[in-house]
Design a protein around this ligand. Structure first.
Ligand code: ZN
Ligand code: ZN
Length: 178
């Protein structure tokens, strides 16, 4: 991966993409660019679940980026799902180019707590690094502080660090920031 295209989808505010464009280059050793694309979400909305189908939206990202070295991260704030799960924080093509994150359940407000913008942005950052790690071929890691550890709650995310553990860094061939 040499370039990461950050694509705002849906009603997402620009601030997540802007934050990630500063933080991801140091962690992933890639340049970052925020791009505007008009991805229509309505066809992927389930009125029963009141959520959007993550895998279908991920497919819409495939044509973006001109070259194989361009990885694409979609950023949205609507709630997303895959059929076998209640929700997902994000989804990625393992060893592919495209990944998607949703900030919907990363807001403190979602849990009835006062909003904390800094905590929200740092959770988005960990999810972004995690999903992009999958596009680089990394699977889930057992180290509970590693960004590649599987998380299904914000508590799990808050325990993790925003970087790859030494062993995941070694797999990627990048210097460990641990
Ligand atoms: Zn994962
Ligand atoms: Zn790891």
């Amino acid at each position: 991966m040499q370039n990461i295209l950050l694509v705002n989808i849906g009603t997402k505010k620009q601030n997540v993409a802007d934050f990630l464009s500063f933080s991801l280059p140091g962690i992933l050793k890639a340049s970052c660019r925020v791009v505007e694309e008009n991805i229509v979400l309505e066809p992927y909305y389930s009125s029963d679940r009141r959520q959007y189908h993550s895998t279908e939206i991920l497919k819409q990202l495939l044509p973006l980026g001109s070259e194989a070295k361009d990885h694409v991260l979609g950023i949205m704030d609507e709630d997303i799902y895959i059929p076998i799960l209640t929700f997902v924080f994000g989804e990625a093509q393992l060893g592919g180019r495209c990944a998607l994150i949703s900030g919907h359940r990363l807001h403190q407000e979602f849990y009835g707590l006062p909003e904390d913008e800094s905590l929200y942005l740092h959770r988005c950052e960990k999810e972004a690094v995690h999903e992009l790690g999958h596009t680089l071929g990394l699977k889930h890691c057992d180290n509970f502080e590693c960004v590649m550890r599987y998380a299904n709650s914000v508590a799990d995310i808050d325990i993790k660090r925003n970087v790859f553990c030494p062993s995941c860094s070694q797999v990627l061939g990048i210097p460990s920031l641990w």
